[in-house]
Design a protein around this ligand. Sequence first.
Ligand SMILES: *Cc1c(COP(=O)(O)O)cnc(C)c1O
Length: 428
Amino acid sequence: MLCIVHRSHSEQLCYKLANMKNRPETAMMSYGYKPFLSEGAVKCPIFMTSTFVFKTAEEGKDFFSMAYGREPSQAREMGLIYSRINNPDIEILEERLKLWDDGEEAAAFSSGMSAISTTLMSFLKPGDCILYSNPLYGGTHSYIHFFLAEWGIESIAFDAADDAASIRENIGDKGSRLKMILVETPANPTNDLIDIRLCADIAASYSTAEKTVLLAVDNTYMGPLWSHPLKHGAHIVLYSATKYIGGHSDVIAGVAVASKPVMAQIKMARTFFGTIIDPHTSWLLLRSLETLKIRMEAAASNAKHVAQWLQQHPLVEKVYYLGFNETALNKRQYSSSGAMVSFDVKGGEAQAFAFLNALQHIRLAVSLGGTESLAEHPFTMTHAGVPVDEKNRLGLTEKMIRLSIGIEHHEDIIRDISNALDAIPVKK
Ligand SMILES: *Cc1c(COP(=O)(O)O)cnc(C)c1O
């Protein structure tokens, strides 16, 4: 142990160092992996196998008992059974994922949507109600309105601007049927904030001895580095790992993090639905996690330059960036301003499209959180399914551009944006 400190403090500091857990960015390179189970390989191999050999029939019987939540005949650790239930790459990935949010357990899925749909189906039954923050990711919004509605699950929405009293008013007499609250914060693409603590209080106030109203937060935009919803009272954190966690725009995956009892129910549903991630994608995500922190920090630092530059441009009407949000809520919930920047150009769709079509380096594509910068038009693309009056109410208009800032040199990103803004035809 290394202790280079003044004598009077040394004992205390050595004690602290010895007892301190590795930080997540340190743990990402090795945590949960035992090299000598894999011929001493420094990195976890990809276990491309559908099924696993049991040493004895008794062992197989016990593994299955445990998979069904029953006690094994003798004390043993759960073992590997079948890759729709468990697999070494998936288990190591889940061990590492839970560290960022300091959660009890994580589950990895084949996509963000499978994490969200499996989690919601784990707890909602016909007749139940779900309360959600507006706007949600388009896929989630459609899932709630077109799929869950068909199963007799009702939904109630609220906006970032709503306070506790108006949310309660929206819930009205449906409180006894309220089973879940799903929140996405910061809201996409406006970066409006939802108070997680306030939602946790609402969830608690509608909980009874018979039912706990669960609060789930889709933390894709700011996690797992800059926001930790479990610390603010959420029960479940959800991710599209396609975004920052994967980080290279080359995989589709999802994650849920929760307490052991909540996760037991989610994992049971995942086994039945078959929405688990595969070993190869897990391995790619293990690789991504090693650079998660430096990637996200580089993107956030670039985003700050871009947002500040946009703020002073004569053709830019408004910039939507967390760094310009001075509220106590922003400070409490987030440790960074993130890497998502939206802005309104002066004009409307024609001006926004002229800008997008003139970009040379930044790709015109939906999605976010990758190493490369992307630009898109929320009104006609990611939020095409949101009714126009709702879009207008949320401040999501035809003149808005959404940028996902990557890890390029910030001056190159700004030069591209600057040239594209110059290409907008000036109205005569
Ligand atoms: C992309 C995204 C999803 C869906 O994730 P997939 O991996 O595409 O299935 C869900 N929520 C948010 C906030 C997203 O950005």
